[in-house]
Design a protein around this ligand. Structure first.
Ligand SMILES: Cc1ncc(COP(=O)(O)O)c(C=O)c1O
Length: 444
């Protein structure tokens, strides 16, 4: 078993070298249901579903059995020029759940790859239809779409982009919907961006139904309907990036269902296997796939060795089937109002909460010095609290959630989708402790 000294051999993702050199990162060794345990035996309530991933909970043994059976029967076959029964079954299962005529699934192994696939599909699609100039991509400020160079170019977070300039050309940013109340007015920025760039140069609009970066930003009514109208008008593909939103996070199979729009493409990843193995994918509208395939060459010229891996496919089937048969989405819907209610009470009780925002089992708790006195944290305070004070308080409370300073400093909540009233109460009790310790430190 690895020990803390072995951390020197491991390069952690988005983690300060000093934290990892100090051995102060948690090493989780076991998970069961809504809980995790670290190597010192401490128990944590998982209020982030790992990283917006573990929809159905930790520690199921049935998925492992299905995966082992698949490995014994057929460990691997590629997804180009061939396939296998689990890939066919997983694609049908996902296509049947997807909205409208989105019924073709292209499998990869991560969210970034799914986003990259959407960017490349849009490029090739427009070229195949005689519009090779439609290469530009519109996405929104503060949105996170992944780390590969295409996905990062679409990402609207300067702190993870600046080190990698120059990024790809032709990626345009528009405002997100934070604070917007009129969907049509908020979408006008997108239409204006298309007109400014020249409609003949814009091929793709990428957005999350409820945006993670900036803190669980739900759209105002009518926003997505207006995006659909604009995309239809200017022949721009509408890509709903649902790497977090899909598979129950908002109480629906897809974020597109939550906003009640049929996009042209949906990217998914995390929740499709509840994190038991990696997966990613792009669901595409049938006519788009047919149009591309019916052109000369008739191929989506993109792929990867691990796309449609048999173990990912069989695990996705096991997870989605279990989510359906065990009423996981119904659980989220039954508890959504109660979750919101608890968060509103938490806000009332804590002056350091500026605002709570979100939908389903996906919320942001914006933090400040004092809501009543209208005082925000300074940039230095935000860095100190998000970087050190809050992670320590969260860990001491026996909680796994994320402190985030993109936009206003905040705590991101994404409970496991099987959490019921007892787990939500426990989450609030632990959150209260975190907020109390923040308030007492601010007071000193
Ligand atoms: C909306 C969205 N798109 C893309 C990604 C990238 O996914 P991955 O980390 O699997 O590459 C993420 C990751 O959190 C995401 O939230």
């Amino acid at each position: 078993m690895g020990t803390r000294t072995d951390l020197r051999h491991l390069v952690l993702h988005f983690t300060k070298g000093s934290d990892w050199a100090a051995g102060s990162v948690p090493i989780y060794v076991r998970g069961e249901g809504n809980y995790l345990w670290d190597d010192a035996g401490n128990k944590y309530l998982d209020g982030l579903a790992g990283l917006f991933v573990v929809q159905i909970g930790h520690g199921r043994t049935d998925f492992g059995k299905a995966a082992a059976k698949q490995m014994e029967q057929l460990a691997y076959t590629p997804s180009w020029g061939a396939t296998h029964p689990s890939s066919l079954e997983a694609a049908k299962l996902i296509a049947d759940l997807a909205p409208g005529d989105l019924d073709a699934v292209f499998f990869v192994t991560s969210g970034s790859e799914a986003v990259e696939s959407a960017i490349k599909f849009a490029r090739q699609y427009h070229t195949s239809q005689g519009n090779p100039g439609k290469t530009k991509v519109i996405s929104r400020n503060l949105a996170y779409h992944g780390t590969t160079m295409g996905a990062l170019s679409a990402t609207g977070l300067d702190d993870i982009r600046t080190q990698f300039q120059p990024l790809l050309p032709g990626f345009i940013k528009v405002p997100n919907t934070l604070g917007a109340t009129d969907g049509i007015a908020a979408a006008a920025a997108v239409e204006q961006a298309i007109l400014d760039a020249g409609p003949e140069t814009v091929g793709l609009l990428m957005a999350e139904p409820v945006q993670n970066g900036g803190g669980a930003i739900a759209p105002p009514p009518g926003y997505w309907q207006e995006l659909r109208r604009i995309c239809d008008k200017y022949n721009v593909l509408l890509h709903s990036d649902e790497v977090i939103n899909a598979f129950g996070r908002l109480g629906e199979w897809f974020g597109a269902d939550y906003v009640d729009v049929v996009p042209d493409m949906i990217s998914f990843a995390k929740g499709a296997t509840s994190g038991y193995v990696p997966i990613g994918g792009l669901i595409i509208r049938r006519p788009l796939v047919d149009n591309l395939m019916n052109c000369e060459g008739g191929t989506f010229t993109h792929g990867a060795t691990w796309g449609g891996h048999p173990v990912s496919m069989v695990t996705a089937i096991a997870n989605i089937t279990a989510m359906r048969d065990e009423g996981v989405l119904e659980n989220v819907r039954a508890n959504t109002a109660g979750f919101r209610d608890r968060l509103d009470k938490l806000t009332e009780a804590h002056d350091v909460v500026a605002e709570v925002r979100g939908a389903g089992y996906f919320y942001a708790v914006d933090l400040c010095v004092s809501r009543e006195r209208g005082i925000d944290l300074t940039a230095e305070q935000a860095a100190e609290y998000v970087g050190q004070v809050l992670p320590k308080a969260i860990s001491e409370a026996g909680l796994l959630i994320r402190a985030d300073k993109r936009g206003r400093p905040k705590l991101m909540l994404s409970p496991i989708l099987t959490a019921g009233p007892a787990e939500l109460d426990e989450l609030m009790e632990k959150l209260s402790r975190v907020l109390d310790s923040m308030a007492s430190r601010l007071a000193t």
